[in-house]
Design a binder for this molecule. Structure first.
Ligand code: AHR
Length: 629
């Protein structure tokens, strides 16, 4: 028998409590959320023709050369030289682990081109299902000046694994670059926008914040490879393509073709956050490259450009349109500020070298922008001593929010529901910035987004919610993975080029993020909060806006359990409520592209009789109850 005290508000809950961690890992941006369909669109990969093939049919004859632009971020282009006028001649692209098209949908191809030799040249683009043309278009009128051209093709089929061809007709030489193709059905129809189904899955979570651009990607292998937001805004040709930090060579996860086009750059991240109603939470490099890799450090005396990047970023997000960086935001189509409230300094950095640098950032940011909350990092977890050292130093610095990460076993999650019970209520607050239960701690391929992991995370999350006085933000990580291009497992949302699905972990996150409440109220058994006793974990909140009680009870035992909740305090509701229930007797159960909602919550009704709710909780279940007060 549990008791809810409706009168005692233990603490308010951060309005941003449950959010998203986005990193371009597992093809999350290029090949994923960013709807660009052409890989290596500007020939800037280390191997400039990676992703491209040569088309030469029926006696056609010519060459394809790689050339350099004299200057700028987009240094290379392609020269297609056609020496006779027989058959098809040109180049092909297979996209990001395939190109997928949908029947009846328009695909817009754009590219820049100029004639190097000859006249009356024409370009035809095709979508091919093996030898069958399922979409086609042409353009001509090229001159000896670089200009953008556009072709719209309509697909006659729905199919993954299509080939894209760009063919030159006529004798001569045409220089081409920035060959891009987008579907018309992007999120909100934004030009060169994002994949609608993937953004929808995020929007459906009603996330409190969007952390970007990562993770390790913020830091880079070395400092050269770190994320530099200023290089990711403005025109695409000014966004310098860079090798992705997750371009790794490692058994099945080898991804030599993983680069960042920065088609989703910092403007697009802010825009996405705004579109899905999440607070933007950017993370900047603190001048330390990934300490698991090179660990390259900027000397303290040379930190100014890094600090300025952070200050300029705040101006880019919030500054007036007549400020230098506010003007850039306005130029990109968003004169209104993005109202940035948080900025993270560093990711998983540790040691005195982090603290020394964090202090420099803190001084500069809080002097210029006292209202912006700085998020500090608590280094790798679980090196206990390092962790204590960092927390000690961050407390002395009066840090406001500290980012903690934990990728641990399901068992760890279940037994750590009390992790924050004893955290100092007066010290820095916690951002549980990256967490996921790993069902096999050592072998990536055996880590599953299964019910055991999701159930254990739910149990742990009741502890985060009970401790909302300390834990102000939380996000599962990583967010996305392409089924053919992943480097890290498990992940919240999986997709191929046509389909996507939320894992059981996704539905657990969504249960919490769409039912947060505004204040924690005690839910106790004999005056003690439940964190695993009798296999039960529980938390409760009230929502002052909707005047509801929301309780979450997780039953990890195999057996069903009868639970009675006493509503102690003023209950005046109509006796009705709803129960969102997610359960499975199979801990190995998963969702998949073929069966995307194998596990998802089902809605049931609840009754409140004489101020009590009686429920028979299923074995291995997550239950979210809601009753009007
Ligand atoms: O989420 C994957 C990686 O895990 C992140 O990039 C990093 O912060 C952590 O080590």
């Amino acid at each position: 028998e549990l008791e809810v005290d409706l009168k005692e508000k233990v603490t308010d809950i951060s309005p941003n409590m449950w959010g998203l961690f986005f990193e371009d890992i597992n093809f999350a941006a290029d090949g994923g959320l960013y709807a660009e369909m052409i890989k290596n669109y500007s020939f800037e990969f280390k191997n400039p023709l990676m992703g491209w093939g040569r088309v030469e049919d029926h006696g056609a004859y010519g060459y394809v050369f790689n050339r350099n632009h004299p200057e700028g971020a987009n240094k290379k282009f392609l020269r297609i030289q056609r020496l006779n006028n027989q058959g098809d001649f040109g180049i092909s692209n297979g996209g990001f682990r395939g190109i997928a098209v949908k029947e009846g949908l328009d695909y817009t191809v754009t590219f820049i081109a100029k004639i190097a030799k000859g006249e009356d040249l024409k370009v035809t683009t095709k979508l091919l299902d093996r030898n069958e043309v399922i979409g086609k278009g042409s353009v001509s009128g090229f001159t000896d000046e670089w200009k953008e051209y556009k072709i719209v093709m309509n697909s006659s089929k729905t199919l993954d694994g299509v080939q894209f061809q760009l063919l030159l007709e006529g004798e001569g030489e045409l220089d081409v670059d920035m060959i891009s193709m987008f579907p018309e059905d992007t999120w909100k129809g934004h030009k060169r926008g994002l994949r609608k189904d993937l953004v929808q899955l995020l929007a459906d979570m009603d996330p409190g914040f969007l952390r970007f651009p990562g993770g390790c990607i913020v830091e880079g292998f070395d400092l050269e490879n770190r994320y530099q937001w200023k290089k990711t805004i403005g025109e695409m040709e000014d966004r310098e393509v860079m090798m992705n930090r997750w371009n790794i060579e490692f058994s099945h996860r080898t991804t030599p073709d993983y680069y960042q086009s920065f088609g989703i750059g910092f403007f697009e991240y802010f825009q996405l956050a705004e579109d899905i109603g999440a607070e933007p939470l950017p993370i900047v490099s603190c001048g330390l490259a990934c300490q698991f890799n090179t660990g390259e450090q900027v000397p303290i005396g040379a930190l100014d450009p890094f600090v300025n990047d952070a200050l300029d970023l705040i101006e880019f997000a919030n500054g007036p349109v007549d400020s230098k960086w506010g003007a850039k935001r306005a130029e990109m189509g968003h004169p209104e500020p993005f109202n940035l409230k948080f900025i993270g300094v560093g990711n998983e950095n540790w040691g005195p070298q982090y603290i020394e640098r964090a202090k420099v950032f803190q001084k500069a940011i809080s002097a210029a922008y006292p209202d912006v909350t700085i998020v500090s990092t608590s280094g790798p977890f679980p090196d206990g001593r390092e962790f204590e050292y960092l927390w000690g130093e961050l407390k002395k610095m009066d840090a406001k929010l500290v980012d903690e990460h934990y990728y641990r076993s399901p068992e760890w999650f279940r037994s750590n529901a009390r992790r924050y019970d004893d955290y100092d209520r007066n010290g820095p607050k916690v951002f549980a910035g990256e967490y996921a239960a790993h069902t096999n701690m050592t072998r990536e391929a055996l880590k599953r987004n299964n019910w055991e992991a999701a159930l254990s995370e739910a149990a742990f999350m009741t502890g985060l919610e009970r401790n909302a006085a300390v834990v102000r933000l939380a996000s599962y990580a990583p967010l996305f993975a392409h089924v053919e291009g992943w480097q890290w497992n498990p992940d919240l949302i999986w997709f191929d080029n046509l389909r996507s699905y939320g894992t059981p972990n996704y539905y657990v996150q969504k249960l919490f993020s769409t039912n947060p409440g505004t204040h924690v109220v005690p839910i106790t058994e004999a005056d003690k909060s439940l964190a695993g006793e009798d296999g039960l974990y529980a938390s409760a909140t009230i929502d002052e806006n909707t005047n509801e009680l929301i309780f979450k009870v997780v039953n990890i035992s195999k057996e069903p359990q009868k639970v009675i909740i006493d509503l102690n305090g003023r209950y005046r509701g109509n006796g009705k409520g709803i129960l969102l229930e997610m359960a499975s007797d199979d801990l190995a159960a998963v969702n998949s592209l073929e069966n995307p909602t194998n596990l998802e919550p089902v809605e049931k009704t609840l009754e409140v009789k004489r101020k009590t709710i009686e429920m028979e909780l299923k074995g291995q279940s997550v239950n979210v109850g809601k009753v009007k007060l």
